[in-house]
Write a protein that binds this ligand. Structure first.
Ligand code: HEM
Length: 369
């Protein structure tokens, strides 16, 4: 979406639900859902990747839609599919029309990409609409909890300035951006624990978990290898090069993250590199949340999601590569079609840890509010 009044309006909406003061609203849900995450890892370790997705999705669903997600919910799987479609299609080079907008002048029936794009749009819209319809049905039945969507829809009715599709996509992008990114970041840190296990005992004993999370964000940045593309809205110039309005820009996320001029031993998962004066600034030292004014609106929620999940998982479980099946950490686990990105062994650290999870986390699985 372009930087314009509509974008500013939507960004304001995002900010109202994701700003720093809102962090306290998310905390009880992050606590509850991470307890279920531990329980899921203990009871159904084979579903660890789906469990990561359920955890992240349930936090944002609770705040935005007033409902929790259950493990194996087809609605969550569908949401992740739409996210994969979106990311794949927005990558530079994925669609020739983005590089040559002149192609848009072709008669519609000759626009070979249009059918696919419209199909993805329809599926995505339907996926978002299902959630809003559910809320409306619960409102009619008098069972809907207070949540962001209820307030948001009331506000939209009053102001009458966002059409139905814009409303659905505002809510839907919260669901998507809030779920997939945390799921993938947790997965990448687990991959780091399997492939560079030396830091794990240090993290348990003496390291601040914040530096583990920052290193996870740095080591294999999220979204896609070359960031999220944006488009110049006016002509610009940089170091003598001229760029006309309409030029697509992105940041080369993985190349920056793995550049030896930027980071010592960049390929190594080495949390200590972030034990510095900027430790408490989650945006400093990496571009995982984006490099500029379009920076992720939900970074504080995302950072807390990953922090609580990783701190608790590392406390309770050991993670190892499966013999003969090394993890390819250079393949971003964002385009897996719902499958696990790699195989790993997950072992609870001791009987005492297993009992701790049963005692402290079982209730989270069935908790209703
Ligand atoms: C580990 C967690 C997360 C990571 C790594 C992440 C990363 C990103 C990145 C790289 C962008 C693109 C930034 C750019 O274009 O410069 C982005 C945008 C965005 N993210 Fe996140 N994100 C995370 C969590 C979240 C959460 C939890 C939410 C909301 C619940 C969220 C909401 C958004 C929104 C709304 C945008 C679009 C911002 C805009 O274009 O104005 N993100 N995120």
């Amino acid at each position: 979406m372009q930087y314009n009044d509509r974008w500013k309006k939507l960004r304001k909406i995002m900010h109202s639900i994701l700003n720093n003061r809102q962090t306290e609203v998310y905390k009880p849900f992050q606590d509850l859902e991470s307890r279920q995450l531990l329980h899921d890892y203990l009871q159904t370790p084979k579903e660890w990747y789906t469990a990561n997705g359920r955890f992240a999705n349930s936090v944002i669903m609770s705040v935005v839609f007033g409902r929790r997600s259950i493990l194996g919910d087809p609605a969550t799987a569908e949401l992740f599919r739409t996210m994969e479609d979106f990311l794949r299609e927005t990558q530079p080079g994925a669609n020739m029309v983005d590089a040559y907008p002149v192609l848009n002048g072709l008669p519609r029936f000759l626009q070979w990409w249009r059918h696919r794009g419209e199909e993805i749009f329809r599926r995505t819209r339907a996926c978002y609409k299902r959630e809003v319809d559910l809320i409306k049905a619960k409102q009619t039945a008098g069972t809907q909890k207070d949540c962001f969507t209820v307030e948001f829809l009331k506000q939209c009715e009053k102001e009458k300035d966002l059409d139905e599709t814009a409303r659905l996509f505002a809510l839907g992008s919260l669901m998507e951006a809030g779920s997939d990114t945390s799921k993938v970041s947790i997965c990448q840190i687990i991959a780091g624990a399997c492939t560079y296990p030396d830091w794990v005992p240090r993290a348990r004993k003496e390291l601040d978990a914040v530096c583990v999370v920052k290193e996870g964000f740095r080591w294999r940045p999220n979204i896609a290898e070359i960031g999220a593309p944006t488009v110049l809205i006016k002509d610009d110039e940089y170091e003598g090069y001229k760029f006309p309005a309409g030029t697509v820009f992105t940041w080369n996320a993985w190349a920056i993250a793995l550049n030896p001029n930027e980071y010592e031993e960049p390929e190594r998962f080495w949390p200590e590199r972030f034990l510095n004066a900027d430790l408490r600034n989650p945006l400093k030292g990496h571009y995982a949340f984006g490099p500029g004014r379009r920076v992720c609106s939900g970074w504080n929620v995302g950072e807390c999601n990953v922090f609580i999940a990783i701190a608790r998982l590392l406390y309770c479980f050991d993670f190892e590569e499966v013999k003969g099946q090394p993890i390819d950490t250079m393949t971003i686990p964002q385009f897996t079609g719902g499958k696990d990105p790699f195989k790993l062994n997950i072992k609870v650290r001791s009987e005492a840890h297993a009992r701790l999870i049963e005692r402290e986390c079982s209730a989270a699985v069935t908790h209703e509010y």
